[in-house]
Design a protein around this ligand. Structure first.
Ligand code: UDP
Length: 237
């Protein structure tokens, strides 16, 4: 399959059309942003890590019965995906308190939670992706009640599989963000990416951060952390 015109350029990826209207090609960039684009930089090789890790995770999840947009890896940075209409929600799953939840609720980073937390943010740059609940999402037409039920079920199933997998490679999955889309038949499938840009990964023993927080918080060794995650999942050099 070959790229035709560019459909979209986001902060970390470009999306191209193909000759087939049901498929797109995603190209991952090394550009890094944080705080809704207010902090900008480059993480050398990040596009390759995020492309290859996402595809690896989507293949693993597909084996467990979770429908995803993944079709075929074309190169280090390019992948064919099913064309979907993105549901404009960031679906965040939290196993431990961190980031914006720790700040908002006065919790310490890494604090235990009595249950898994599922959060929605409305995808809207002008509004800074505000935190909303499911009735807001339905009220503004971002998703239907049925969509929300399906997304919740899939997101929790993804979490169960991801927690197990990352534990097996010595990594604690603190939290992560998913996006879902509707394919040409209207079915909800997992889309976007699963990478150190979208997950908080902590070394199980040392609690060292192996994700984008190293960039967000200027902790240094950003490229090294992304490379370490590739090694852990068996894709490293
Ligand atoms: N996240 C993301 N994109 C966003 C916001 C959050 O991928 O635009 C991920 C982030 O990497 C983390 C989880 O979602 O794994 C929860 O993020 P949080 O709400 O704590 O926000 P942050 O601290 O990243 O601003």
């Amino acid at each position: 399959m070959k790229k035709t015109e560019q459909l979209y350029e986001g902060k970390a990826k470009k999306v191209y059309a193909t000759e087939d209207p049901d498929y797109c090609i995603v190209e991952y960039k090394d550009d890094a942003t944080a705080f809704n684009g207010k902090k900008k930089g480059t993480i050398v090789g990040k596009g390759i890590v995020n492309n290859r890790m996402s595809n690896f995770m989507f293949r693993l999840l597909a084996e467990k019965g979770i429908p995803t947009h993944y079709v075929e890896e074309l190169s280090d940075r390019e992948t064919v995906v099913k064309k979907v209409k993105i549901v404009p929600l960031e679906v965040i799953i939290r196993n431990k308190a961190a980031g914006s939840m720790a700040k908002r609720l006065g919790l310490t980073e890494g604090q235990e939670l009595k249950c898994t937390v599922l959060e929605f943010s409305y995808k809207c740059d002008e509004l800074d992706d505000p935190l909303i609940n499911d009735s807001h999402a339905i009220a503004i037409g971002a998703a239907t009640e049925e969509d929300i039920a399906e997304i919740r079920k899939l997101a929790l199933a993804v979490n169960d599989e991801m927690v197990k997998f990352f534990e097996s490679v010595g990594v604690e999955l603190i939290d992560f963000k998913l996006e879902f889309g509707k394919d040409s038949t209207g079915k909800i499938i997992l889309a976007d990416e699963i990478s150190p840009d979208t997950c908080r990964f902590w070394d199980i023993k040392t609690h060292e951060k192996l994700d984008k927080d190293r960039f967000r918080r200027d902790l240094g060794n950003v490229e090294e952390a992304y490379a370490e995650m590739m090694k852990r999942i068996g894709l490293g050099e």
